[in-house]
Design a protein around this ligand. Structure first.
Ligand code: M6R
Length: 599
């Protein structure tokens, strides 16, 4: 949530285009509001910001015209303070000498604001990013104008997890601090920059430096200096060259990133399997999974990544006889935090590698001495850097807020690992990419029709049995996320234990079924249809099932372990088409952010 970017250059120049480009690359972190600030050579600060998406605000406020030798941009996902002009970032201090922006949460925001008001500072909004600026301002005013000391002092005052970037009009420096939220700096020819994460830096430079918690980074056009916040001592750490890919986010002819990313699934699944087959990391990963001494492996994730963990647990159990406990990040801490130890292994799964709820669980696992395995899509992320061994999802950037291709590859990765743990030949998985491609082709039309029906309902159920249960949950999450209708995902046999009472004439219930589970599912279907409900099946062709349901999205034939991965595709397509039918932009659903770096 929230993205910050700052740049300092050796000469005054048009900075608007650079800030816009960085902002677009950070937009997945938040799109409630956006702002840019530039500082000219004479110290004049130009601040433009408002509620809305970067494309719209930039056009309305003419960001491209902004010039200077220092610039800051911020993309906001609102937590403290409703989305408004005042709460949009960056923020000025009381007398307009400093400008800064933050990412994260300052949990004593309310108390700090009350203190500022008592002290006579000018507080314009209720956002905690503004609190970071005032927190620096009051120490700066008292210590005779030393930014570094003022920031160190402010660090002690500001409770929570955050990162912020700030500059003073009279000093040609940018300062940034990290406490819990991601921060990375870049060194280029005649400039340096800092950002919440890599993608906004890579178009400018590949020479990067990861900032750690409790460090202040001081940027000048010539270089980057690091200081420890507690002792003010300089830290000697060199930049490193990032060798990974730089991809531009283009829709490639698709109306939305979500649809493009759904269509990329066959290719990325094929590439992942290829990569895993030749990877040394896989052997180390498997070694750690085998070294659990009969103890269960924890599979930890949030949202969509948690659903992949659920499916992974079915795979580990049914294919390899390995017990795995799927668990949400915060739940891991609450339920197992005191009992895990050096013999335990946990696989932490996160597309972004920055989800705070997951990183908090990693921290607990570390403190308890357990093994930390990471599965992530964003290379260079915090999860990658804190794992004993990690496996990449190799999906390329996923821009759309709803996760699609990363879920499929998380599932493919778990299936591959279960095969390896079971000693099965992974060549059996070679057909998966082509099957995914056929599934898109085979189900898109029917998914569009079903979406048309579902669009008339504000609530519904997605049910799955066994291996299909995670797919029902994932489909329901997707539908809620991008259509704003309520959809509950559930283990199909649980439906009769209460929720069945919701069913009445035409009430939609979608049944996800893997081969082998059809007879069981026919029972569950009939419990719904005899009460007037409309049963919609997502399964491979099966005559008896077909005779019992109203609509049938037929996925290609596959074994029972591959089938749930294929069934994911129509689940995604149903949500996508329903979202578009309702006039919603599925890439940027209201209230959400792609990366949640707060508790
Ligand atoms: O980056 P992560 O995989 O850790 O993100 C976890 C969830 O926030 C994420 O999967 C979310 O549920 C998706 N946007 C749902 O489509």
């Amino acid at each position: 949530m929230c993205g910050i970017f700052g740049i300092i250059t050796n000469k005054e120049q048009p900075l608007g285009p650079i800030l816009i480009e960085a902002g677009k690359r950070l937009a997945y972190r938040g799109y409630d509001s956006v702002g840019c600030a530039t500082v000219a050579g004479d110290g004049t600060i130009d601040l433009r910001k408002d509620v809305g998406r970067i494309e719209d605000v930039s056009a309305a406020l003419d960001f491209p015209a902004m010039r200077g030798s220092r610039g800051i941009t911020q993309l906001r996902w609102a937590t403290f303070g409703a989305p408004s002009h005042e709460n949009a970032q960056p923020h000025l201090d009381s007398d307009g000498d400093m400008v800064g922006a933050h990412n994260g949460n300052v949990v004593n925001n309310v108390q700090m604001r009350e203190m500022f008001l008592r002290e006579g500072l000018t507080v314009r909004g209720t956002n905690d990013g503004e609190t970071c600026v005032h927190a620096v301002e009051r120490h700066f005013d008292r210590n005779g104008g030393r930014m570094l000391d003022a920031i160190c002092a402010a660090y002690d005052d500001l409770e929570g997890d955050y990162a912020f970037v700030i500059t003073h009009r009279d000093e040609h420096r940018l300062y940034a601090i990290k406490k819990g939220s991601g921060l990375v700096a870049g060194l280029g020819d005649g400039f340096t920059c800092v950002s919440s994460d890599l993608p906004s830096i890579l178009p400018l430079t590949r020479q990067v430096l990861y900032i750690q918690d409790g460090e202040i980074v001081v940027l000048s056009p010539e270089g980057i200096e690091l200081y420890g916040v507690h002792d003010g001592q300089q830290i000697n750490r060199q930049t490193k060259r990032y060798e990974g890919p730089i991809e531009m986010a283009e829709k490639g002819g698709y109306p939305h990133f979500m649809l493009k990313e759904i269509h990329e699934q066959p290719a990325v699944a094929g590439e992942l399997l290829h990569l895993l087959n030749g990877s040394r990391h896989v052997e180390r990963f498997l070694e750690a999974l085998r070294a659990t001494d009969e103890r269960p492996v924890y599979l930890v994730g949030c949202g969509t990544s948690y659903h992949a963990c659920l499916l992974g647990a079915y795979y580990f159990n049914q294919l390899a006889g390995v017990a795995a406990v799927p668990v949400l990040g915060p739940q891991f801490i609450e339920q197992y935090g005191q009992s895990v130890g050096p013999k335990d292994t946990a696989v932490f799964v996160s597309q972004s590698g920055e989800t705070k709820d997951v990183l908090n669980a990693v921290k607990v696992m570390r403190e308890r001495g357990g093994r930390v395995l990471g599965v992530l899509n964003v290379l260079g992320s915090t999860l990658m850097n804190t794992s004993d061994v990690y496996l990449p999802l190799a999906c390329g950037y996923e821009i759309s807020v709803p996760a699609t291709k990363t879920f499929v590859n998380q599932a493919v990765l778990f299936l591959y690992l279960a095969y390896r743990l079971a000693g099965r030949d992974t060549a059996e998985l070679d057909a998966l990419a082509a099957l995914l491609a056929r599934t898109i082709e085979a189900t898109d039309g029917a998914a569009r029709e079903v979406a048309g029906y579902l669009a008339g309902w504000e609530e519904m159920y997605f049910l799955g049995y066994g291996l299909s249960h995670p797919i029902a949950l994932e489909g329901a999450l997707k539908l809620k996320e991008i259509t704003y209708a309520h959809c509950e995902g559930m283990f199909s046999s649980e439906f009769k234990h209460g929720p069945l009472s919701a069913v009445h004439d035409g009430y939609p219930v979608v049944f996800y079924t893997a081969p082998g589970d059809e007879s069981m599912m026919i029972n569950h279907v009939n419990e719904v249809t005899v009460r007037g409900g409309r049963a919609i099946a997502v399964a491979a062709a099966h005559e008896a099932l077909g005779k019992n349901v109203h609509d049938y999205l037929v996925v290609p034939d596959a074994d029972r372990f591959t089938a749930p991965i294929l069934a994911t595709v129509p689940a995604q397509l149903i949500s996508y088409h329903m979202s578009v039918t309702r006039g919603i932009d599925p890439d940027f659903p209201r209230n959400l952010s792609k990366t949640l770096t707060v508790d």
